[in-house]
Design a protein around this ligand. Structure first.
Ligand code: GTP
Ligand code: MG
Length: 157
């Protein structure tokens, strides 16, 4: 099943937005398969954002990501990579739609509270960078059972 890497950045953690953000993924019906809180080193942040090395904000971005606790997660579900990005909203919170995480909860691009993988390859690379294979938990959620497997036609007596 499809998996994506989602991280609440230090501003989101410090603003007390963990439960709000986790809840949006959970209520949608996605399944949490890994979670931990870490303070990444600057070197680790640079590896995470290596694609943006040439951008003028790269150094500030990596300083920021390594400035405090980050909540790192792996979420699983049908279409979770693309739909996760929809839940998150546009990169610049001034352009994110209301109803999205950044649209509802953030104001400036440099403090946009959350990261989400932008495609299947990045998702795989980012999950491998942040988590060891044994930190990912395999289980079937009740939501999944309802979506894919069984739904009682009438109440059981
Ligand atoms: P992530 O999920 O964090 O990867 O964001 P994104 O995929 O929506 O955007 P992108 O990967 O292009 O940029 C990564 C991060 O760099 C963004 O989330 C912003 O925090 C930051 N960033 C992007 N563009 C700008 C910019 O023009 N100025 C500043 N200061 N930061 C930027
Ligand atoms: Mg990105």
């Amino acid at each position: 099943m499809e998996r994506t890497f989602i991280a609440i950045k230090p501003d989101g953690v410090q603003r007390g937005l963990i439960s709000e953000i986790v809840s949006r993924f959970e209520r949608k019906g996605f399944k949490l398969v890994a979670i931990k809180i870490v303070i990444p080193s600057k070197d680790f942040a640079e590896r995470h954002y290596h694609d943006l090395k040439e951008r003028p904000f790269f150094n500030g971005l990596c300083d920021f990501l390594s400035s405090g606790p980050v909540l790192a997660m792996v979420w699983e579900g049908e279409g979770v990579i693309k739909y996760g990005r929809k839940l998150i909203g546009a990169t610049d919170p001034q352009k994110s739609e209301p109803g999205t995480i950044r649209g509802d909860l953030a104001v400036v691009v440099g403090r946009n509270i959350i990261h989400g993988s932008d495609g299947p390859e990045t998702a795989k690379d980012e999950i491998n960078l942040w988590f060891k294979p044994e930190e990912l938990v395999n289980y079937t959620s009740n939501a999944e059972n309802i979506f894919h497997f069984q739904m009682a036609a009438k109440p059981l007596t």
